[in-house]
Design a protein. Structure first.
Length: 261
């Protein structure tokens, strides 16, 4: 595991403890994630980002405390203990030094609060790919429509809708693929059109349910890419790599066949 990946794991650990678990951040757990002593980790962090690790954690605590004061009715004493302060007095002092106003003043509708966002470590994208001959198969599922440029918002929203309305669960029960998994499908014939469509589908020989459609994929040769990371960012980054770099370097002829994710 490279250093940037370790740093991102530590940043995620901090956020999880501050926002979800509401537990103290333990130095021994940080050292374990970093794979080195806590002292060495703190030196590297300060050198790379121009801020001490302790200061970063403190800034995130006070940023999140500001959100809580603005969006909840929690008492100041409860918020102070939530973020690890020994007393409301010490919390108020730290809050005022960071934001320039007291916690009570922060609840005023026109109060402006300072924000230090969650740090995002720039991870280098790595992809593996292969060329494989695959036999034909049948897909069935549901589709949605969008216009070019809308895919980064409309497609994740379509996934969410299908998970809410039971479509995703029904697809999984019909899935006969090996290995199993839900496909996102982009039809080849629409690639140059302003109006696009996208489908969620599974490999299946089941009868076609009402409101679904099917497509038969012929035996053909596929370029297969592994995109690893949080969805949908990993998928979107993978498509960007495919269209902006890989296709330019390896100008294979596109078959008259959909693209699948």
């Amino acid at each position: 595991m490279d250093w940037n990946t370790k740093l991102q794991d530590i940043i995620d650990y901090v956020e999880n403890h501050l926002q979800r678990d509401q537990e103290p951040i333990k130095q021994e757990e940080i050292a374990q994630l970093a794979g080195c002593s806590i002292g060495f980790f703190q030196k590297v962090f300060s050198y790379m980002y121009g801020i001490s690790f302790a200061e970063y954690v403190r800034s995130r605590k006070l940023t999140l405390a500001g959100y809580d004061l603005k969006s909840t009715n929690l008492r100041v004493i409860d918020i102070s203990y939530c973020y690890g302060y020994d007393s409301p007095t010490s919390f108020t002092k730290a809050f005022q030094q960071f934001h320039g106003i007291t916690p009570t003043q922060a609840r005023n509708i026109d109060a402006q609060l300072r924000v230090i966002p969650k740090m995002q470590i720039a991870l280098k994208q790595r992809y593996t790919w292969s060329i494989k001959q695959k036999p034909g198969f049948r897909l069935l599922g549901k589709k949605m429509h969008y216009r070019k440029g809308e895919q980064y918002t409309k497609i994740p929203a379509f996934w969410s809708e299908c998970q809410r309305d039971g479509t995703f669960s029904q697809l999984i029960t019909m899935d006969q693929g090996t290995p199993q998994g839900v496909f996102g499908l982009y039809p080849y014939e629409n690639f140059n059109s302003d109006r696009q469509n996208y489908s969620l589908m599974v490999i299946s020989d089941d009868a076609l349910p009402k409101g679904y459609y099917e497509i038969s994929i012929p035996a053909t040769t596929w370029a297969i890419f592994d995109c690893q990371g949080p969805v949908p960012q990993a998928m979107q980054n993978g498509w960007k790599y495919l269209h902006e770099e890989w296709i330019m370097k390896y100008p294979f002829q596109h078959a008259a066949c959909p693209e699948l994710e």
